[in-house]
Design a protein around this ligand. Sequence first.
Ligand code: F6P
Length: 539
Amino acid sequence: MSAPWQALQQLAAEPFSLRQAFSDDAERAQRYQLAACGIELDYSKNLINEQRWQQLLALAKQSELCQLRSRMVAGEAINHTEQRSVGHMRLRLPEHALTTLDDQAVATEIRSCRQQMTALVNQLHAQSYLGYQGQPITDLIWVGIGGSLLGPQMACEALNPFNQSPVKIHFAGNIDGAVVHDLCQTLKPETSLVVVASKSFGTEETRQNALSLRQWFLDHGADQAAITRHFWATSSNIQAAADFGIMPEHILPMWDWVGGRYSIWSAIGLPLALQLGNEQFEQFLAGAHAMDQHFLQADLANNMPVVLALLGIWYINGMGCQSQALLPYNHYLRLLPSYVQQLDMESNGKQVDHAGQPLPCATAPVIWGDAGTNGQHAYHQLLHQSQLVIPADFILAAKPQHALTDHHLRLAAHCFAQTQALMQGKTIAEAKAECLAQGMSEQHAAMLAPHKASPGNKPSNTLLLPELSPFYLGALLALYEHKVFCQGAIWQLNSFDQWGVELGKQLSGPIYQALNGKPAPFDSSTSGLLASLQRHLTS
Ligand code: F6P
C-alpha cells in the first residue's frame, strides 16, 4: 500500500472526538459546508479535522482524478475493458451547448432522440395515440431491469407530485412471473403500450417479460399489426429489437457510450418525461447539467462530488467501514437507496485496477437505506449503539410537496436530531443524571445508565435540497454519479464495466436446462436443491 494510503490509516488510528471538535471550534459547521446548484451539504459531522482533510485532499490531487475527468469529457474510451467512451454528461447538455460539441454526429443523434421522445410524450398526453381497438392508451408498461429500470422507477416515484400524465406508468423488471401476472390481471392490452427497455436487448429477464406480454396481447385477439402498434423499444441493439418484431420507428436509440446505470438521461428516462411532460423533463436534465458544470469547474476542495468521495474513502480505507447508509428523509425518495446501490456497487465493486492488478484496498461500500423516519424504528438502533461505524447521508428537501406543514417540521426535526444524536451521543454520566432527574434510585440509575448511553462519534452528511423538484433531483443524481466517478478514479479502477454479474448469468443456463429435463453434473448442493425443487413441482 502506497504512502498516502498508509498516512490515511495512521491518521484514522488517532483518537478523535466529534463532540470535542464541535465544542472546541464554534466555526466548525461553517468550515465544513458547501453549496452547489442550490444543494447545501453540511459535512461537519464527519470524523475529520484539518490534518485529516488535507491528507484526503492530497490523495485526490495526487490521483488521476482530474486527468480522468478531462479524458471522460474528451470522449476517450476510459471504459477500456469494453473499449467505450463514457458520455452520459452529453445527454444533459442544453441545446446551445450541444451545438458546440466536438462530435456533431453525436449531437444530432441526441437531438433526434429527444425529438422522438417529445413527440411520443405529446401524443400520449394528448391521448391521440390510439390502440388497436381505437381507444386511447391509458397505461404504459415499462419492461427493463437494472439500469434500464431503477432510474425511471425511482425518479417517477420521486417526482410523483409533478405528475401531469393521463397515462399510468407500470414497471416490470423481475423475471418472477408474479410481476407480469399481476399487471395482466389489472390492465387491458387494448389500452396498454409496452416499452421494452434494454440496451443490449439480450437481458433474459426483459426478453422473458416482453415475450409474456406479447403473448397476453395474442391471447386477447391482437394480431401482428396490433402488436406492432403497441410495442416500442429503447435499445442500442436495433437488430435484436427489430427481430423481436418492433418496427424501426418505434425504437428509441441507446448508445454504447452510456452505461446502463448512467442512462436515466437518455430514452431510458422516457417514463419520467411522460410523467413530467417535456418541459419539466428538461428541468431534470438542467439540474444534472448544473451539477456537471460544478463538478467540472469547482476546485477540488470546494467540489461537492469530490468532497463526498473523499469522505467515503476516509471511512472505507482509513477506518475500514464496509457500509454506507443513504437515508432520504423524504417519502418520495424512498427508492433512491436502490438506485444508488446499483450506481455505486456495480460501478466500484471491483477487484482489480486498470492494469488488471489486484487492488490494494477495499472499494465500494455496501449501500443501504430507506426513507426516514421509518428506519428510526428499525435499524437506527444499530447505527446509534453498535460498535459498527456506518457513515450515513441524510437527505432532506426544505420545502415539502404537500400542505401538511406540521408533518414536515416534525420530519425535519427528526432528520436533524438523528445526525445530532449520532454525533454527540450520550455519556454514561449524562444517562445516569437523566435517570436520577426522573426520580430513579441511585442503584436503578447506575444499572440503567450503560444501557441508555450512546457512544456518539458516528459520522453523517446532511444534504439539504430547496425542494424535491425535477431540477434538484437531476442535480442530486448527478452528484452521486460524480462521487462514484471520483472514488473509482482515486482507486484507479474502471467504474464503467460490470463483468462480475456475468458468471451468474452464465451458470443459470445449464441449471435452467436441468430443470427442463437435461441433467448435468453440478456440485452436490446445487444438485440437491434441484432435486428438492423438482420434488415440490411434481408433488
Ligand atoms: O446486470 C448487468 C446489467 O448489464 C446492468 O449493468 C444493466 O443496467 C442491466 O444489466 C440491464 O441491461 P440491459 O439494458 O442491456 O437489458
